[in-house]
Ligand binder design. Sequence first.
Ligand SMILES: C[S@@+](CC[C@H](N)C(=O)[O-])C[C@H]1O[C@@H](n2cnc3c(N)ncnc32)[C@H](O)[C@@H]1O
Length: 328
Amino acid sequence: MSSNPLSAYACPSLPQDAFASATLEGLGRSQKIIPCAWLYDQRGSELFEEITQLDEYYPTRTEIGILQACAPLLAEAIAPGAVVVELGSGSSRKTPLLLRALREPHAYVPVDIAEDFLRASASALAADFPELTVLPVVADFTQPFHLPPQVSGTPHPRLGFFPGSTIGNFTPAEAVRFLQHAARLLGHNRRMVIGVDATKDPAVLVPAYNDSRGITAEFNLNLLHRINLELGADFDVNAFRHEARYHDRLGRIEMHLVSQRKQIVNLLGHRFSFEADETIHTENSYKYSVPEFQALAASAGWHPQAVWQDPAGRFSVHLLSNIVSETA
Ligand SMILES: C[S@@+](CC[C@H](N)C(=O)[O-])C[C@H]1O[C@@H](n2cnc3c(N)ncnc32)[C@H](O)[C@@H]1O
């Protein structure tokens, strides 16, 4: 295989005004909301990487430990010559564990909404794997998009890689739709490896999303800086604070930006009023037991093939297959 010149495949499905539309629409709701994808500009992506190193943020190191242990078994289950499509690839820090174990992977397609961070991470990975074709795709993975022409329509088995418990950012109904959409994207000879954070004591969960050094707060508040910078809004960022809450009945962590006083914010010709303590809901992070996640995946047409966990059961890594619906 020839080494890859890292020609970025500019995906047409990310409209220039997507951030503006999502922000205007979300701030117009009675419970103000901005989808968590927009937390990840360059600064947000860098801050997320810092979060992954924090003592309180157990998911990254736990998932890496599981992947180190299960990679040889995963590789046995996956045919040689796979195209690995990573959804929300970020720093691609976990990817080498998979790529080194797989038999002659054909290509790696990292997909992310944060364009500059994606390009830098893909270049770094390509330098470490000079024989691998690396084809970064800038896209919103919740919307239809195409794989790069170099790998679409080829007979190579496809492996979707979705670590980081990013699946938890969807509501369960959205997660089912996403898994169905991922199946269509990957084609008929497909498997997925998905990392899922487990339900656990809120005393462990909440600090993971509200660390003592305030990095998660900075990550959340960076969204307001981004809106000011990119969309010309006049958020007084100091008049908001970060909050992480555990919602027991829904089994999810919620991140909010709380307005500390009554205020008006101007954005693209619109005025948005905030009461004191009113919030913008910026992220959900659902937690699943192994049976709960397997049932969710099955309802999206995926078959649980194997699952691995850390000894404390904090996190699970699932291998799913979906080969049967070739004619669907
Ligand atoms: C929780 S981080 C996980 C990063 C990495 N996969 C890991 O395991 O550490 C989520 C990643 O998904 C990306 N992302 C979030 N929403 C997205 C969307 N709708 N479309 C594409 N990428 C998205 C973010 O930019 C970020 O890199």
